[in-house]
Design a protein around this ligand. Structure first.
Ligand code: GLU
Length: 281
């Protein structure tokens, strides 16, 4: 069997907090137990929210925690052409369609919510005629591209993936994927030739990741990743979903909840061992 390869893939849209530290520690710990290597990937496709100074701070915080990784670090913003190429392959299969809807229009017509609680896409633009699509594209209307979920699933048939847990050394278990609960997801955003889902799938394959370690908050999104892997002919890694770090109110730590950053904690005198203990290591 090839050497296990894992990855930690933060988005540099703020400073790391204890939740990120837990995810990083789980990844490096799993790599050590498997006799493998943890890679670093910077998921900075969002050009408005991601900043180079946050990337620099992430590297410094991870080094402070005592973690290291092989070079080069994969930087997603260097790879837009590869994501566009993957999108074009789906387009050639007739699985991508242009969508001109605004958030307000989607919310008003949505038939329910996706696993993240966001309004499900009502499918409005799936029914546009070709002539209408061309006219609106030529007019320069802001456009995003969605995966036709039903057509995609008709091609692949039922899908499953392999989960390992609660520890990384447990026996793999097969789980059915349910991409249909996400509706027609956006694969190329209005401002970008890609999306989180597309880039993560392309890069897990490009880095030949064998084990994806990620928080339980990304468990449901794996349905879409498995669907994209099958459509693009990419291998599907093992998945390990780890617990999330919660604050006193029981909420997941996040920047929007103003969870203290690792640098704040460090300034208060925390040591890397304190962080490990807080993460249950
Ligand atoms: N970049 C994602 C995040 O910061 C994690 C990537 C993944 O595990 O798919 O939440």
């Amino acid at each position: 069997m090839s050497t296990p390869l894992l990855r930690f893939a933060p988005s540099p849209n703020g400073h790391l907090h204890l939740g990120h530290a837990l995810s990083a520690l789980v990844t490096w710990d799993a790599a050590a137990r498997l006799g493998g290597t943890a890679l670093l990937r910077i998921e900075d496709i969002d050009r408005k929210r991601c900043k180079p100074e946050f990337t620099a701070a992430i590297l410094e915080d991870l080094h402070w925690l005592g973690l290291s990784w092989p070079q080069p670090v994969l930087i997603q913003s260097d790879r837009f052409d590869l994501y566009a190429e993957a999108a074009n392959r789906l387009r050639d299969m007739d699985l991508l369609y242009p969508c001109f809807c605004t958030r307000t229009e989607i919310a008003a017509a949505s038939p329910g919510t996706d696993p993240d609680g966001a309004p499900l896409y009502p499918g409005t633009c799936r029914h546009l005629s070709n002539a209408e699509r061309i006219a609106r594209l030529q007019r320069g209307d802001p456009v995003q591209f969605r995966l036709d979920g039903q057509a995609a699933l008709a091609r692949t048939g039922p899908l499953s993936f392999t989960v390992i847990g609660p520890t990384i050394l447990d026996r793999p278990q097969i789980r059915y994927a349910r991409p249909e609960r996400w509706g027609d997801v956006v694969l190329q955003r209005k401002d970008l030739p890609t999306s989180y889902h597309l880039s993560v799938v392309v890069d897990d394959a490009a880095q030949t990741i064998t084990h994806v370690t990620r928080g339980r908050d990304l468990e449901a999104a794996t349905d879409i990743h498995v669907l994209l892997q099958m459509l693009l002919g990419l291998p599907s890694p093992y998945y390990h979903f780890h617990r999330l770090m919660r604050d006193q109110a029981g909420e997941k730590l996040s920047k929007s909840r103003q969870s203290p950053s690792l640098r704040d904690l460090r300034a208060q005198g925390w040591t890397p061992d304190d962080v490990r203990r807080a993460g249950g290591f």
